[in-house]
Design a protein around this ligand. Structure first.
Ligand code: NAD
Ligand code: TYD
Length: 361
């Protein structure tokens, strides 16, 4: 039985990935999920998984060498799938240091621990061990508003935000391990994800949550920045396929071929909520475009991201399967059916975060 060490599995993409993996492999695999449970980590995302005999949760910081070494000592890990990171650009602009700590140093700890556990005496690595580093398209910087310009794996790294520079640094560390030690690692660089369990600091869940509460919908700048949106389960599938079939030392772009301006996304959310909310729901009357509020732009705001996912399609056979119109409907339905989840994550520190981030915009 193959054993996976998943980092950051209590976050948005990690928890969707764990669901995907158990749906696909059932009892054929074991998953150990190591997560520090920061504000972004939520065990509620995995409550239907926690009773499985082939699932273990370990609360630990990936920067804690001893804790990570212990997991490798006590378990014969076959796959590391490394999600754990600080992931929000706006937070990185306010407080960059924790991004360097977790995203760079934490990745170094994960690489070093896996290397120590997997290395043979002659410096080669045990058979069938793989480390998948989950990264972002933001490492490539920003594209002009030219529909023919895309990020390729060969696009030079040019990050702008503290978040994307910390991810680019972690990508380079992974590459250094492959180049120096022939460490068995693969990198994936994915575009913006959306779907269930996403924390409402990111655009789509924040807009859904604010619209339902009748609050302003903050649009940074002119609202014409473009992101390439991918349904999170398509990403989970891509990660699994890249882990198994990716070539060591290669990076694979994963993207939705689904570029949208932020203002388009916000309009689609309003229209979909109008369709899905029953007439009897008193919130329905408030969910209108009047809530849209243009606010001060994000500092250093990248203009456009767009992924060319040709390499992963040609080499590995992955392609985005979920049409945006279906994925966004599924997502909004999920938030409507899981209002307690939203209430729980927005209680406590979230109000403080929201006021701090949006008060002076
Ligand atoms: P998230 O913020 O929802 O989850 C991050 C998880 O990591 C949380 O569970 C958190 O508790 C955990 N974590 C943070 N610091 C930790 C530490 N020091 N030790 C252990 N656990 C820690 O993030 P996400 O959106 O699920 O992103 C997951 C990964 O995917 C990240 O590496 C991110 O860079 C990458 N990514 C995200 C997107 C996106 O659109 N969200 C797109 C491409 C790539
Ligand atoms: P976000 O979800 O933070 O992802 P990223 O910055 O990693 O792409 O933001 C997506 C886009 O939406 C980005 O261009 C910034 C914009 N945005 C807003 O206009 N308003 C908001 O309140 C937020 C959170 C984001």
């Amino acid at each position: 039985m193959r054993t996976y060490l998943v980092t950051g599995g209590a976050g948005f993409i990690g928890s969707n990935y764990i669901h995907y993996m158990f749906d696909k492999y059932g009892d054929e695999i074991r998953i150990i999920n190591v997560d520090k449970l920061t504000y972004a980590g939520n065990l509620e995302n995995l409550k239907d998984i926690e009773s499985r005999a082939n699932y273990t949760f370990v609360k630990a910081d990936i920067c804690d060498k001893e804790a990570i070494a212990k997991i490798f000592e006590e378990n014969d890990i076959d796959r590391v799938v490394h999600f754990a990171a600080e992931s929000h650009v706006d937070r990185s602009i306010k407080n960059p240091e924790v991004f360097v700590q977790t995203n760079v140093l934490g990745t170094a700890v994960m690489l070093n621990s896996a290397k120590a556990a997997w290395e043979n005496e002659d410096g080669s690595f045990k058979d069938d061990k793989r480390f998948l580093h989950v990264s972002t398209d933001e490492v490539y910087g920003s594209l002009p508003d030219d529909p023919n310009a895309y990020f390729y794996e060969t696009t030079p790294i040019d990050p702008h935000s503290p978040y994307s520079s910390s991810k680019a640094s972690s990508d380079l560390l992974v590459k250094a391990y492959v180049d120096t030690y022939k460490f068995p690692a693969i990198i994936t660089n994915c575009s913006n994800n959306y779907g269930p369990y996403q924390f409402p600091e990111k655009l789509i869940p924040l807009i859904i949550n604010n619209a339902l509460a009748g609050k302003n919908l903050p649009v940074y700048g002119d609202g014409k920045n473009v992101r390439d949106w991918l349904y999170v389960m398509d990403h989970a599938k891509g990660i699994d396929m890249a882990t198994e079939s990716g070539r060591f030392g290669e990076r694979y772009n994963i993207g939705g071929h689904n570029e949208k301006q932020n203002i388009e996304i916000i309009n689609i959310i309003i229209e979909t909520l109008q369709e899905l909310l029953p007439d009897s729901d008193p919130r329905k009357a408030n969910v209108t475009k009047d809530l849209i509020t243009y606010v001060t732009d994000r500092k250093g705001h990248d203009r456009r991201y767009a992924i060319a996912p040709d390499k992963i399609k040609e080499e590995i056979g992955w392609y985005p399967e979920t049409m945006f119109k279906d994925g966004i409907r599924l997502t909004i339905k999920w938030y409507l059916e899981n209002e307690d989840w939203m209430k729980n994550v927005t209680s406590g520190d979230y109000q403080k975060y929201y006021e701090g981030m949006y008060a002076n915009r």
